[in-house]
Design a protein around this ligand. Structure first.
Ligand code: PLP
Length: 430
């Protein structure tokens, strides 16, 4: 098949039909283990002399389809699906950074990722240095010889200021440092690999899945980052790994293609830390991906319509959506998100926190939940929920002001969305 368009890949990549039954839908292989052909076959699988199924903590045929599908959509060579977006972010870094190393990250992050970086990774001895992406060269200034990765979100939740992917990826490649992009909020709108990113992570829980049923995460390897070029920069991939008979990951898997990064993550981190996705959740995310092209378009159109409607509304002091960006931020939107700006939108209400509380209480169609990317419209007040574990200064740095309300605009009819917002805004000022 020669067709490579994302709408087609979303339905076809990685699967045709079940060889045993002809099943067109991807079967849920709800099994823990897999019968080996012989003792030699078992030994070859464990010794990485052959690739195949061993145990569902580290691979599964249903999950394999999800991995192939997302890798194809992103233009990557391999992917690893895990139990959540959080596990994906953690593994993406732990795979190449250990105690004593550091990572340079954008300040514009989802609150859970901020917590992971500022606390849990710090406790593990990995320092995350936060820089403002408004100045891409800040990444270079924060870099030293222990820097193992740069990290950012394409369309950061909740700041929604588009990240300068190509600019920072180019700085990283100068130093031999991979840029890892969390593309959770912008699937199919932008492919970070087209702009030089080395690795993409997703919370598959959100737009990819789309139905608010299943938690999952995915790490995708572009295959274009040369981990060998600067062995001192990436010791975990270039020095013998005592946990795997002294394997040197960049050498051990060469015949299989440029998949050292993902293979190491699968057979060491997933083996040892075990954040495996269940085959059922992998199946659910595959179902979601089949329609993601249609949904992300509808999310984007509806959110842009909401942004237009709320700009100038008496109860709203600020609308935060890429379509309302100005100056350099608008240039970044034009460069990276010409196909649509996604479903996330922030508003600041006249009347601050109290108005926000009244607004959320008055919503009837929108659900009040800690989630984004559901087909239904959702709302939350980040300062008292998703970002409440951050200090006030950290909240401000990641874009959360006291009166900020985050909306994830769904794919309902636009008139119904606007009617619910209008009545809740009126209630917020009462
Ligand atoms: N990345 C982003 C941008 C998110 O919004 C989230 C969750 O809200 C995550 C990562 C974490 O994903 P999960 O909830 O699947 O662990």
């Amino acid at each position: 098949m020669t067709t490579q368009h994302p709408e087609t890949l979303a339905l076809h990549a990685g699967w045709r039909a079940d060889p045993a039954t002809g099943s067109v839908a991807v079967p849920i292989y709800q099994t823990t283990a897999y019968q080996f052909d012989s003792p030699e076959h078992a030994a070859d699988l464990f010794g990485l002399r052959a690739l195949g199924n061993i145990y569902t903590r580290i691979m599964n045929p249903t999950t394999d389809v999800l991995e192939k599908r997302v890798a194809a959509l992103e233009g990557g060579v391999a992917a690893l699906a895990v139990a959540s977006g959080q596990a994906a972010s953690a593994y993406a870094l732990q795979n190449i950074a250990r105690a004593g190393d550091n990572v340079v990250s954008s300040t514009d992050l989802y609150g859970g990722t901020w917590n992971l970086f500022a606390n849990t990774l710090k406790d593990q001895g990995i320092e995350v240095r936060f820089v403002d992406p408004a100045d891409p060269e800040a990444f270079a200034r924060a870099t030293d010889d222990k820097t193992r990765a740069y990290y950012a979100e394409t369309l950061p939740n909740p700041k929604l200021r588009v990240f300068p992917i190509a600019e920072v990826a180019a700085i990283g490649r100068r130093f031999g440092i991979p840029l890892i992009m969390d593309n959770t909020a912008a699937p199919l709108l932008v492919r970070p690999f087209d702009h030089g990113a080395a690795v993409v992570v997703y919370s598959g829980t959100k737009f990819l899945s789309g139905h608010g049923t299943s938690i999952g995460g995915i790490v995708v390897d572009s295959g274009t980052f040369d981990w060998e070029a600067n062995p001192a920069r990436h010791p975990l991939l270039n020095q013998p790994d005592p946990s795997y008979h002294g394997a040197v990951w960049t050498q051990a898997v060469k015949p299989l293609g440029p998949i050292a990064y993902i293979l190491k993550m699968r057979v060491t981190l997933l083996r040892d830390l075990g954040a495996a996705i269940s085959p059922f959740n992998a199946f659910q995310i595959i179902q979601g991906i089949e329609t993601v092209a249609l949904r992300i378009r509808a999310h984007s159109e509806n959110a842009s319509a909401v942004a237009r409607h709320l700009s100038g509304h008496a109860a709203v002091t600020k609308v935060i959506h890429p379509s309302t960006a100005t100056g350099r931020d608008a240039d970044l939107v034009a460069k990276y998100l010409p196909k649509g700006q996604g479903g996330l939108l922030g508003i600041e209400l006249a009347g601050g926190v109290e108005a926000g509380r009244k607004f959320i209480s008055a919503l009837k169609l929108f659900y009040h939940v800690a989630n984004i990317g559901d087909a239904r419209s959702l709302a939350i007040h980040p300062a008292t929920t998703t970002h409440s574990q951050l200090t006030e200064a950290e909240q401000i740095a990641s874009g959360v002001t006291p009166g900020y309300v985050r909306l994830s605009i769904g794919i309902e009819h636009i008139d119904d969305i606007l009617a619910d917002l209008d009545q809740a805004l009126a209630a917020s000022q009462a």
